[in-house]
Design a protein around this ligand. Structure first.
Ligand code: M6R
Length: 592
């Protein structure tokens, strides 16, 4: 949801900023821009080209200046064009701002600023910020005061890095959107997240909400601290635990395929050393009056799997809710309720809002989260880390399978037959070796070829396999831009069958316990001309192509989704789409 980066130190800022921007591209790629303070004044460039092209254009022209900021945009207010690309500037061009978030009172602010004589050049909400700062300076405030006043003026979410011509500091402010500061040796790297500055800094400061700072070569200082030494002390730097390899593609063509292939290792990290917090979380659930799973997109699907596991293994009721719909279910919560918030990023605004609804009603919150430095980690009572490592492709892959494994591990603590649960997890994990092999990949590439000429795909399954169908459909839609819909197996005859005609492709998921019903469904579809692709332990009579996934009981969906991730990836490539950067999407959706 937009990536922002800044640099201040002794080295030329432009190469570092452009490099950082490439590592932030997963957050949005509608447009990008950079500003550097050079001897001849401010150097600003913006573009709607991919960041790699932008970098090649800008590098030869950029000045040697050692302070600057940069932005990669995911459009909310205003089209994805050059006029709306950041940095945005004040009327005199001397204040430059990059912003991530959404300002809810932007129209009101804009009207007021226009009445005060400010001229806007973009349609963005963000442009109000440089004008607000300029207005405060015109009213006699210092830059420190102008920045410290912003929280009174802005309604909504914001992470802001601002720079002023003639000043050798960057000004930082955040609320509701992430902003951290990488600390190098006499250099500072404010950024939306850690991967952006990983090659340059190994310590990080997490900024608190509405706690403004300035960073310059002399250090970091808190603004508006009232002058006492204690108040002026910035938060303590923390060591960074990521390494550069974990955020680079290595020999892979895309992050998506790298992350698909990393699943065996990611799952092994969870199964070999299960997080101790699983026991605490299980204890909370044991005494809970109700359990709800919340999440968005793929994380919602993982929540549905949690609901399925609780029903089948624990014989306990629970409910999975899409985060953005949670407000309509929140009043069913009571003190004693437990909400399990699922999120790869831990920054999804809808999910964080659901957590607030839960807290306001006295519910306890368990966070199942991959990014351990995220807002969800701080908001949850108990955190179960997914440990799948940085996931940079927009499509969730390894974080999803880790979510399913973590849910199985959680249920294992509560199950009557924990050994049985543990066994199925390991069976699913072991079948991942074969499913991520080169031969599996080329098999899925051939399936992608046979599907590419269609424009609609149906995916069906029952129970946990319906969850796989939903997740596979999302992946194929998102990455390959291919219309795909999932239905519970038993629902076909209640309407969706009308979509099936001669040659219509249908993917059917099942396990051994469902063989008879799967045969029935396949024959119903086959007699109507469907081309049936099957994913299960053995082919069905009417399978036109079969993908073998060994049975692992209720844990089978952990393995079943992997060939579908590969299919989505190969389909995207066949359609000449960039799998890492699906149209209109961004990795973490930090706005409501
Ligand atoms: O970071 P989160 O898990 O909270 O993200 C939730 C969704 O935005 C995310 O799963 C999205 O649906 C993915 N792009 C799906 O591949």
């Amino acid at each position: 949801m937009c990536g922002i980066a800044g640099y201040v130190g002794a080295r030329p800022a432009a190469p570092i900023l452009l490099d950082s921007l490439q590592r932030l591209e997963y957050r949005g790629y509608d447009s990008c821009g950079i500003a550097v303070l050079g001897d001849a004044g401010v150097f600003v460039r913006r573009s709607v080209s991919p960041i790699s092209e932008f970098r090649n254009e800008v590098l030869p022209a950029a000045p040697e200046g050692t302070i600057g900021l940069a932005h990669t945009r995911w459009a909310t207010h205003g089209r994805a064009d050059l006029a709306n690309a950041h940095p945005l500037v004040s009327c005199d061009g001397k204040i430059l701002v990059v912003h991530n978030g959404v300002l809810e009172n932007a129209f009101e602010l804009r009207d007021r600023l226009i009445a005060q004589g400010h001229r806007f050049t973009s349609e963005t909400d963000s442009e109000t910020i440089p004008h607000l700062l300029e207005q405060a300076l015109a009213e006699g405030r210092t830059m420190d005061e102008a920045v410290a006043k912003l929280p009174e003026q802005l309604v909504g979410s914001y992470a802001i890095v601002a720079m002023r011509e003639g000043h050798d500091e960057l000004y930082l402010l955040r609320s509701g959107s992430p902003l951290v500061v990488g600390i190098g040796d006499g250099e500072y790297f404010p950024a939306s997240d850690i991967p952006s500055f990983l090659p340059y800094a190994q310590r990080v400061i997490y900024l608190h909400e509405n706690d403004p700072f300035a960073v310059g070569r002399k250090g970091i200082r808190r603004l508006g601290s009232g002058g006492t030494a204690a108040e002026a002390v910035p938060p303590l730097p923390q060591p960074v635990s990521l390494n550069v390899e974990s955020v680079s593609k290595g020999s892979f063509e895309h992050f998506m395929i790298k992350e698909i292939m990393e699943q065996v290792a990611a799952i092994a990290r969870l199964t070999d050393a299960p997080p101790p917090s699983l026991a605490t979380a299980a204890e909370l659930m044991r005494g809970a009056s109700s359990v709800k799973f919340v999440g968005a997109g793929t994380s919602y699907h993982a929540g549905l799997f949690g609901q399925f596991l609780m029903g089948t293994l624990l014989h306990t009721d629970s409910e999975a809710c899409v985060s953005s719909e949670f407000e309509f279910r929140a009043d069913t919560l009571r003190p004693g309720s437990v909400v399990i918030a699922m999120s790869q990023s831990g920054e999804t605004a809808d999910t964080l809002q659901a957590v607030r609804f839960a807290r306001d009603r006295g519910a306890r919150v368990i966070g199942l989260v991959n990014s351990e430095s995220s807002s969800l980690t701080r908001a949850a009572d108990v955190v179960i880390p997914l440990r799948s490592g940085p996931e940079l492709s927009v499509a969730a892959t390894k974080s999803y399978t880790s979510q399913l494994v973590a849910l199985n591990l959680l249920v294992e603590h509560l199950a009557a037959d924990p050994t049985g649960v543990a066994r199925t997890i390991l069976q699913a994990r072991d079948s991942l070796y074969e499913l991520t092999s080169d031969s599996a990949r080329s098999y899925m590439a051939s399936l992608a070829h046979s599907l590419a000429r269609h424009n609609h795909l149906l995916l069906i399954g029952r129970g946990g396999h319906y969850v796989t169908a939903l997740e596979a459909a999302l992946k194929i839609k998102e990455v390959a831009g291919f219309a795909s819909q999932a239905f519970p197996g038993g629902e076909m005859k209640h309407g969706p069958l009308a979509l099936v005609g001669e040659g219509s492709p249908v993917i059917l998921f099942y396990d051994r316990s469902q063989l008879a019903r799967a045969e029935l469904a396949a024959s119903e579809l086959g007699t109507r001309g469907a081309a049936i692709y099957t994913v299960g332990p053995q082919p069905l009579r009417s399978s036109s192509l079969h993908i073998r996934v060994n049975d692992a009981g209720v844990a089978t969906p952990i393995a079943q989704i992997v060939p579908m991730q590969l299919l989505a990836y190969e389909l995207a490539k066949l359609r000449q789409l960039d799998p890492d950067h699906p149209r209109n999407l961004a990795k973490s959706v930090t706005v409501l």
